[in-house]
Design a protein around this ligand. Sequence first.
Ligand SMILES: N[C@@H]1[C@@H](O)[C@H](O)[C@@H](COP(=O)(O)O)O[C@@H]1O
Length: 259
Amino acid sequence: MEVVIRSAAAELGAVAADSIEHLVRTHDAPVLGLATGSSPLPVYAELVRRHRAGLTFAHVRTFSLDEYVGLPLGHPESYREVVRRELTAQLDILDENVHGPDGASDDVAGAGARYDAAIEAAGGVDLQILGIGSDGHLAFNEPGSSLVSRTRVKTLTQQTREDNARFFDSVDDVPHHVLTQGLGTVLEARHLVLLAAGEAKAEAVAAMVEGPLSSFCPASVVQLHPHVTVLLDDAAASRLRLADYYRYAYDNKPEWQGL
Ligand SMILES: N[C@@H]1[C@@H](O)[C@H](O)[C@@H](COP(=O)(O)O)O[C@@H]1O
């Protein structure tokens, strides 16, 4: 796992965007895994900026991590719409190449397996962008999630519903259920790039990076992945015991190594 600590969120966005740009330029049919939430926004802003400067995404397919269950199609806070608004509508990605779990399906119980099959048929995710919840959740895998889980319906904790209430009129409007890629599904992506910013994430980040591997902190599952990049601002890194080492390693990184 590589931990990169920077003081400005925009700098973190640029580091992630460099990796994505490399993928987009070197692959014929790259598959990008998208996350919602505020953490990836600096990355998306940078991708939009690079697109306006000439970088094409016309050959890119995207798969989102998760979706609320039961929001009607077109609901502005459904993750399908959020992803469109924050990113894909501002790029030249074809609409039919933008995928997400179908939380409005009549057969929501079968939607998870269908989604995993779609990811596999696309050749798997090349680079997965991730955030982390303040309780250590990854995608919408709440504490207690199986570390080998597949895409399925989960029940949100009250804390996550409260964290996400800012996007709705009130916490009562936040759905209780979600369709989320499982932790096992996330681990199949070839490169995981996780962003976290702010003091509120510091404890969850420390548990993920330096804590024991445990379903109590679902994000700790990234310790099992061979290629993980964790991008943190100073506040999110403030509880890491080895922060100085991570800074030293990144500052002295050989040029050829890439992200
Ligand atoms: N399902 C998403 C997660 O994928 C995201 O990581 C988390 C953190 O959001 P934020 O980045 O806004 O703190 O929010 C939601 O719960």
